[in-house]
Design a protein around this ligand. Structure first.
Ligand code: GLU
Length: 498
């Protein structure tokens, strides 16, 4: 129920309302995922609302299908938005390109209030001014005293130009002196000299709003209480607070999240690794691990604990504990977290998740067998998708034997003892890891070969690979017939080679 429906003013009952407001200009960056996640965690922690708003006013950067892809990957990550059809709402995601009339209305109102003005400069005139400033070594700022705008042209000429539909923009009127002040939940009080802030265009000559106008209009109309976004938006905030104040609207609280950094402390970039959430999904990271990892980029729950489910993140999340300093994106930590999830997840769930990938490769094990294979090797890998390559021998006999491994362990005079061991194994019942272990151990005396040699010979002949899970367990799972068949094939092949 809304505050108004309860007969209360909005200032009496403050329900947390936050938004994730991506521009559909491409893929979802891991930094974007962190912003979305912090908004979501903050809202859920406070029993509030988190909405999705697609900021698609910049048509030059618009990428077809990008909004749909963003929504899809956020859903994969487990971040759900309120007021959207899938959450039983009727409105979201909100799309700015469907709301242009609103922005035009408020741009005109800002002009009426004397907080914005019409400017008629042509691109060439602006370019000439830019050049003049550059030559004089001055940082760019629209100089409203020397250009063609409402102030220099006067009311009558402005009116005439507007009537004649002359191309015009609406610019915000930034004070020429003084200080713009606002509070940030992460960075404390921020002060910016007004002279450093440009008379930003709010409505472009094609009547499209800029980010700044659409953003504050929507944050106000959508009753956003907390604006949580990346540090790169900090320079925009002085403009936004001026606009809120000019409209007489209450400012939301601001929280600007720290930058994500490469290990060498430069800004996280594609050149040093993957930055698209999609890449991490494709590479087989669990959504839980990625969420857990991203959650700790810039925030930590003041304990040494590192593994948190989404529910636990919601319980612990505290915006005021977000750091100012940039957070290093350490892929090794993500790998470690992923292996923690790989170890903790139920095996049947993992098997169901992996089966389709195997089927695509023409491998079709039973779910039960697959679950046992995963159980056997998961301590040794980081990702579920590593199972098919790491344990290929669990699904088919080796097509080749690692040459270096074979050179290290195989000698022609091992053929006879291996033959004898194979006969011993063929008689075993039950076929279990512990009995296999005992049998091989007992065979050391008879053959005079050390247990390490025997186990490596079994590994070589059965798997063809130098690394894998424990041999008795591997053999138990492969089954007696398969093991005997593989050893026999290998011994035959080796004897032909020697
Ligand atoms: N559309 C902006 C972006 O792409 C949103 C910035 C904000 O949250 O205000 O990140």
């Amino acid at each position: 129920m809304t505050c108004t429906a309860l007969g209360l003013s909005d200032t009496v009952v403050v329900m947390v309302r936050v938004r994730f407001a991506p521009s559909p200009t491409g893929y979802l960056h891991v930094g974007g995922l962190r912003t979305a996640l912090y908004n979501y965690l903050f809202a859920k922690h406070h029993g509030g609302v988190c909405i999705l708003r697609i900021e698609d006013t910049d048509r030059t950067r618009f990428v077809e299908g990008a909004a749909e892809a963003l929504i899809e990957i956020l859903r994969w990550a487990g971040i759900e938005f309120d007021e959207s059809p899938e959450k039983g709402g009727a409105y979201g995601p909100y799309v700015q390109s469907e709301r242009f009339d609103l922005y035009r209305h408020y741009a005109a109102e800002l002009v009426q209030r004397g907080a914005a003005y019409y400017a008629f400069d042509t691109p060439e005139e602006l370019e000439a001014m830019r050049k003049r400033m550059q030559d004089a070594g001055i940082a760019w700022r629209y100089d409203r005293t020397s250009m063609r705008n409402q102030y220099t042209l006067g009311e009558a000429e402005t009116h005439r130009l507007l009537e004649s539909n002359a191309p015009r923009t609406i610019r915000m009127k930034v004070p020429l002196s003084g200080t713009i002040r606002f509070d940030d939940l992460v960075r404390g009080t921020i002060e910016v000299p007004a002279r450093d802030v440009d008379d930003q265009i709010l409505l472009k000559s094609d009547n499209f709003p800029t980010y700044h106008l659409a953003n504050i209009v929507d944050d106000h109309l959508m009753r956003i209480t907390h604006v949580i976004r990346g540090e790169e938006w900090l320079p925009s905030t002085p403009k936004h607070v001026l606009l809120y104040d000019a409209m007489g609207w209450e400012r939301p609280a601001f929280a600007h999240l720290p930058l994500l950094l490469n290990p060498d402390k430069t800004k996280l970039s594609k050149r040093q690794g993957d930055v698209a959430v999609e890449d991490y999904r494709q590479k087989g990271y669990f959504r839980e691990a990625l969420i857990n990892f991203v959650a700790l980029l810039g925030w930590n729950p003041s304990s040494n604990r590192e593994i948190f489910s989404m529910q636990e993140l919601i319980e612990h999340f505290d915006l005021t504990k977000v750091n100012k300093a940039g957070a290093v994106f350490d892929i090794q930590k993500l790998e470690w977290m992923n292996s923690e999830y790989l170890r903790a997840k139920p095996l049947d769930e993992l098997a169901r998740e992996l089966l389709p990938t195997l089927q695509e490769q023409g491998i079709n094990p039973s779910l039960e067998y697959l679950a046992r294979v995963i159980g056997l090797v998961r301590e040794r890998i980081h990702k579920l998708c590593d199972v098919p390559s790491f344990a290929a021998y669990m699904f088919s006999a080796p097509a080749e034997y690692e040459p270096a491994y074979k050179a290290q362990y195989w000698r022609p005079d091992y053929a006879a003892p291996m033959q004898a061991l194979t006969e011993r194994l063929a008689e075993l019942t039950p076929w279990s890891a512990s009995i296999l272990q005992e049998t091989v151990k007992a065979f050391t005396k008879e053959s005079g070969l050390k247990i390490g040699i025997l186990m490596n010979l079994l590994r070589l002949t059965i798997t063809g690979r130098s690394v894998g899970a424990g041999m008795p367990e591997t053999m138990e799972l492969l089954g007696k017939d398969e093991c005997i068949r593989r050893i026999t094939t290998a011994l035959q092949q080796f004897s032909l080679e020697s």
